[in-house]
Design a binder for this molecule. Structure first.
Ligand SMILES: Cc1cc2nc3c(=O)[nH]c(=O)nc-3n(C[C@H](O)[C@H](O)[C@H](O)COP(=O)(O)OP(=O)(O)OC[C@H]3O[C@@H](n4cnc5c(N)ncnc54)[C@H](O)[C@@H]3O)c2cc1C
Length: 338
């Protein structure tokens, strides 16, 4: 019997998560992952990788909670297993602080992380410009280790990997039965998506092993995230900015702002500077469509546009994408046991 041919485009955290979910759940499929860039050269590689999310405006809250919970539970299991160091996944405790009390005091994921509570006055004392805060334990997932780990898991499930630039989805239509598009910002071209745009982010990697707690300003622009090998400090959020070069002025501003929250940052040694472009749109696109490619209706499952929350939501949206692939296959071969 010929195997169903599935192709996943994209080797970032969304692509590899989706490819693993499909290859492990549908062993009768032959799954190939194609991408022009692999770790350590994807956007996912430089992300701080802290599990944290803002709410998207048009996606039912229950679906967003499911994405968050599914990712959190999956990564927490890795963090608490012997795979934690090689997968680059760890528990991380700390504070999110606000200059003014936010309109919504409790984010939608507050019961999905560990030990969420409001900060006490005593804890807030060290942040004199901030009036309110959250204390909780979440996950930090470092994609420079996690992506190679996922790739090994994908290959162990029979998946194949090829380095290749895809110029249009049409070129895949004759070789594959289902196309899964996880190309991040590349979907601007591949899916013709004009809504997709970059939100530029610059971060520094510093050596400061004495820092053990994350601190995030509620404005989302200033943060300190201790990791396994170094501390990521940031950042910037520049809508529509395609520059990939490091901006020296922004690095200086990051050091100053983070030093304002944690004075010992002044003693940290800078070991790297990095810029990435968040693949942003009003809502992530996790849906399927049938595209007419060379006169044939080919099912395409899209999974892209996670903005600043791709590491947080990757496993959850990958599980949704798997469900959409199943539905595509049920429609093309209704008697298949999926
Ligand atoms: C500074 C910064 C900090 C961040 N911090 C966090 C954080 O703490 N937590 C969090 O959850 N998120 C964070 N993010 C967001 C996160 O990095 C992204 O949401 C995530 O990386 C998106 O993953 P992706 O797989 O969709 O895209 P990418 O990692 O960009 O991968 C896209 C893949 O598609 C491939 N591709 C694209 N076009 C083509 C083509 N035409 N042909 C072949 N292959 C193609 C690319 O080569 C690549 O392999 C941060 C982002 C930045 C910039």
């Amino acid at each position: 019997m010929t195997r169903v041919q599935v192709v996943v485009v994209g080797a970032g955290v969304v692509g590899f998560s989706t490819a693993v979910c499909i290859a492990e759940a549908l062993p009768f499929c032959s799954v190939t992952l194609l991408a022009d860039k692999f770790s350590p050269h994807t956007t996912s590689d430089g992300a701080a990788g802290i599990l944290f999310a803002a709410q998207f405006p048009d996606i039912p809250l229950e679906r967003q909670r499911r994405w968050f919970k599914s990712s959190f539970d999956h990564l927490r299991d890795i963090a608490q297993s012997q795979h934690s160091p090689e997968a680059g996944v760890m528990l991380s405790s700390g504070w999110q602080i606000f200059r003014d009390v936010p309109a919504v005091k409790e984010p939608f994921w507050s019961d999905l992380v560990i030990g969420f509570r409001f900060m006490t006055d005593g804890e807030l004392k060290r942040f004199p410009d901030h009036k309110f805060g959250h204390a909780f334990t979440t996950i930090k997932c470092e994609c420079s280790s996690y992506l190679p780990w996922l790739e090994r898991r994908f290959r162990a499930a029979g998946g194949q990997v090829q380095q290749r630039k895809v110029n249009s989805l049409q070129e895949l239509s004759s070789s594959y039965d289902v196309i899964v598009n996880c190309s991040g910002l590349g979907s601007k071209l591949l899916a013709g998506d004009d809504e997709l745009h970059p939100v530029r982010g610059q971060v520094l990697k510093v050596e400061a092993p004495w820092l053990q707690h994350f601190i995030r300003d509620g404005d989302g622009k200033t943060y300190i995230y201790p990791g396994i090998h170094c501390v990521t400090i940031g950042g910037t959020r520049q809508e529509g900015d395609w520059r990939l070069e490091v901006d020296a002025g922004e690095s200086k501003s990051i050091l100053e702002r983070c030093g304002g929250l944690e004075p010992s940052v002044a003693k940290a040694r800078v070991v790297g500077e990095w810029v990435g472009l968040r693949p942003s749109r009003r809502n992530p696109r996790v849906e399927r469509e049938v595209v007419q490619l060379r006169g044939r209706g080919v099912p395409v499952v899209h999974n892209y546009g996670h903005g600043g929350w791709g590491v947080t939501l990757a496993w959850g949206t990958a599980m949704d994408a798997l469900g959409l692939v199943r539905r595509c296959l049920q429609e093309t071969s209704p008697r298949a046991k999926l």
